[in-house]
Design a binder for this molecule. Sequence first.
Ligand SMILES: Cc1cc2nc3c(=O)[nH]c(=O)nc-3n(C[C@H](O)[C@H](O)[C@H](O)COP(=O)(O)O)c2cc1C
Ligand SMILES: CC(C)CC(=O)C(=O)O
Length: 403
Amino acid sequence: MLHAFISKISVVNNLNFLTHSPLKAAPSSLGQNYNIKGKMSSEPVNVNDFKELARNALPKIYYDYYAGGAEDEHTLRENIQAFHRITIRPRVLVDVSQIDMSTTILGYPISAPILLAPTSAHKLAIPEGELATARAAAAANTIMILSYSSTCSMEEVASSCNAVRFFQLHISKRRDISALLVQRAERFGYKAIVLTADTPRLGRREADIRNKMIGFPVKNLEGLMSIDVESDQGSKLEAYYNELLDASIRWEDIGWLRSITNLPILIKGILTHEDATKAVEAGVDGIIVSNHGARQLDFAPATVSVLEEVVDAVKGKVAVLLDGGVRRGTDVFKAVALGAQAVLIGRPVLFGLAAKGEGGVRTVLEMLKNELEISMALSGCPCIKDITRSHVRTPYDKLPSML
Ligand SMILES: Cc1cc2nc3c(=O)[nH]c(=O)nc-3n(C[C@H](O)[C@H](O)[C@H](O)COP(=O)(O)O)c2cc1C
Ligand SMILES: CC(C)CC(=O)C(=O)O
């Protein structure tokens, strides 16, 4: 009894302390955190905080390359805002004393439905590049999708950690070299091929054009091919990839890919039910609803706004994943409620890496997992499978009163 009384007093005392602390006078701008003297603290408390830290850490040309989107960046903003338009319908009085976020993707167990999207050129962020990212993925017990355009080779990444890894493929004009890369991926233990379908040529990223973005060495192509681009104008990267990529690839080419590998194939960059149906008919093992982080076609729809259309077309025949604008655990929750098996994160990983190296990527993943965990607890969903369509309301849902 006495003990309870004493702890009550001490809580009240703490509150008194807060009322009189300088915190009262501190500015309270959204998304920024302030220390007791009212100065912004450099310790991030959410994934968005890493963006600013990365901006400070990186040369402008690299930051703009990572952060930017195509043309007016309408889709870039929409990827985030479309999540904000979805609300969560929580259920109460469910036992949420234990939360289990674990799930499986293509049969591989992961700690939470959050994967690392393929993103190029991690050495622009820190010298260790993709090796640091891969270790962070392994520590978080999740899957890293290594980019075709990585700055460490797929062999280096394979030997640096035991994370489950998929390999992202572009089909280039040199079909023989694409085939070789797939065979190397298979040999070095990558568990799936992720074919990027939305990049027959590179989108117009105007920041890169203004900055005259440089080309960086694509480590996986070292010794296999080199492309010299003669261009003092605009983005060298755009010129390079427009030379490299095969803009003539078609649905029939999935058959070619299938014929050269036994690995499961995921197709990345699907945004319509028409293409989702074609992808299933073409025999893929999974679909990634993606607009390439809004870096390809501006005014493509926000990914979460078309997720359900794709999920409905697929009818459970193959896995559906989503990326684009995932910045909060609630975003992961919403995507899962709308039928995604998991989400991928792109820029948050790059910003974490640029700001704080491997530890930064670990923290980004932990933050999203912690946020997902509390979202599940507060919505009455102890397990991933408990998150259902009825846990969210989208702008397209009729209000019950209108039914
Ligand atoms: C800097 C950068 C590089 C990227 N590189 C690749 C790539 O090499 N291959 C690919 O399929 N997608 C690439 N993407 C797209 C991502 O895989 C993913 O679709 C996107 O980043 C998800 O959106 P988010 O950044 O809002 O999370 C890249 C994205 C960024 C930001
Ligand atoms: C080098 C590029 C092809 C990597 C990419 O996909 C991107 O920058 O969005």
